[in-house]
Design a protein around this ligand. Structure first.
Ligand SMILES: Cc1cc2nc3c(=O)[nH]c(=O)nc-3n(C[C@H](O)[C@H](O)[C@H](O)COP(=O)(O)O)c2cc1C
Length: 469
């Protein structure tokens, strides 16, 4: 990369720079960095991508989590705050740029000096600190970040964020930001299971906030056990990585992705059919997320009441057999994601005319098995997608059934979810996924179907990179 030193600049420019830096309370070098950053932002990302000192077009590279991503870590006032010092180190090891805010309560557990020494820059503590406001300011802290991580997220901080409070620097920045927020809650098991905390958690998830942990285990208070331990720093860093990847554009550029979605309708006669309660929301969200990630996406959809996702080729079908035909026709693809709730059975002899109601005489419907689309594609010898991903909608023994399905269907991953009526997942906007692979199970937090889709795309991108997130 070309380098430039302030010494090489003309005297009158240096003088103006010194004046500007002094006015803003920055070093001359920091002032230059600020000006360059602002110039880059004004010109837009395309301009920066196309610029090279030689005028040559640079090689196109996909963004990864470690490329100039800015993480703002907010440390709350919990006993787990000491772990956040290690967390800073781990985030920096990933090449992330870290800024840090300590709440007033956090300062009882770790000092701005120790956090600042590890971050390698000043730590922010006070909303009304004139130096802090002139230096960066709470709005810039909120804006100049790709992700805000709150660790430990205390019960009090969770309540404040859920309620939209803004009475200190941390909560004001959290309210002002448009960046993704990730919470790593840590508290006594009683505080965690309290209805108020669970209510706040549900609200935060509904607002699109991501959550990692808390884990079960020994608490800092002697003799206490339960759910409330902050997730380990490495687990948190992995979650940060996945969330940043979901925001990195183009992670699936050049890949061809097939997604199936919705239910199938199996006709009984021209006016009646067998169906299920699938809304297609999850499959459509995945197709949209894959298209946003730069993939060439074909969505084979059963009958749904949803708009077509932008930038996606949509093939509309009714029955399982038509869906299989459309899927086969779409091959080859790099990734096949089978989210449709395909009817297991169809009526052997659907009536060509409407079956007439005859008093006291019930029609007998003989059912026959439909083709198993996931298994058919996963077992193909030619043109099998590199990654075949199925869904397991279960109402009992979710993990056990999903593991069995992974083996029986011959697919690479299963996204298992509990669709019992009380979960509200069928037709609802949220989902709680367990990702089952040959090597283990990942339990994802409850989140919106859009967030599940983004997380899946990030996970796929990491897998294809050979770099498991
Ligand atoms: C020794 C001690 C440990 C604490 N640990 C926790 C904790 O782990 N989690 C939590 O939610 N609150 C904990 N608290 C209570 C919080 O410090 C308190 O609710 C505080 O107002 C939270 O401030 P914050 O919103 O800046 O995080 C603890 C308090 C003390 C005195």
């Amino acid at each position: 990369m070309a380098s430039l030193t302030v010494r090489q600049l003309d005297e009158h420019i240096k003088k103006r720079l010194r004046l500007r830096a002094a006015r803003n309370g920055r070093s001359v070098e920091d002032e230059v960095r600020t000006i360059l950053r602002a110039a880059g932002e004004e010109a837009g990302p395309e301009a920066l991508e196309q610029f090279t000192p030689t005028g040559k077009q640079p090689e196109r590279r996909d963004a990864t989590a470690s490329e100039a991503n800015h993480v703002l870590l907010i440390i709350g006032g919990g006993i787990a705050a000491y772990k956040s010092l290690d967390l800073i180190r781990r985030l920096k090891e990933r090449g992330l740029s870290v800024r840090c805010i300590l709440t007033k309560a956090a300062e009882h557990f770790v000092t701005p000096l120790s956090a600042g020494a590890i971050v390698g820059r000043r730590v922010f503590t006070d909303l009304f600190d004139p130096t802090g406001e002139f230096d960066v300011g709470h709005i810039r802290l909120a804006r100049e970040t790709d992700l805000i991580l709150v660790a430990p997220a205390t019960a009090d901080l969770m309540a404040k964020i859920a309620g939209g409070h803004a009475d200190d620097l941390a909560t004001t920045v959290l309210l002002a930001t448009t960046a993704k927020i990730l919470l790593a809650p840590a508290m006594n098991p009683g505080m965690w299971s309290n209805k108020a905390t669970q209510r706040n958690l549900a609200q935060l998830i509904a607002d699109g906030v991501a959550v990692i942990g808390p884990n079960e285990g020994e608490m800092a208070e002697s003799g206490e056990r339960g759910t409330g331990r902050m997730a380990e720093p490495l687990e948190i860093v992995a979650a940060v990585d996945v969330l940043l990847r979901t925001r990195a554009p183009g992670v699936l550029r050049g890949r061809r992705v097939l997604v199936t979605s919705g239910p199938t309708h199996e006709p009984i006669d021209p006016v009646r059919y067998i169906a299920n309660r699938s809304s297609g929301k999850q499959g459509h969200a995945i197709a949209a997320a894959a298209a946003r990630a730069g993939a060439d996406v074909v969505l084979v959809s059963g009958p749904v009441n949803l708009p077509d996702p932008p930038g996606v080729t949509v093939v509309k079908v009714e029955t399982a057999r038509a869906m299989l035909q459309a899927v086969e026709h779409t091959l080859p693809v790099d990734i096949g994601i089978f989210a449709a709730a395909v009817a297991d059975w169809r009526v052997a002899h659907a009536g060509e005319q409407k079956i007439k109601k005859k008093a006291g005489k019930m029609p007998e419907l003989l059912l026959v098995e439909n083709p198993d689309i996931l298994s058919t594609i996963a077992h193909r010898e030619s043109r099998r997608p590199k990654l075949v991903i199925g869904f397991a909608a279960e109402t009992e023994n979710v993990t056990g059934n999903a593991k069995q399905k992974l083996i029986m269907k011959g697919c690479d991953w299963i996204l298992a979810n509990d669709v019992s009526p009380q979960t509200g997942i069928m037709g609802g906007d949220r989902n709680t996924i367990q990702l089952v692979t040959a090597t283990g199970i990942e339990r994802w937090p409850p989140q919106s179907k859009d967030d599940v889709a983004a997380m899946l795309i990030a996970r796929i991108a990491a897998e294809l990179d050979g770099n498991k997130a």
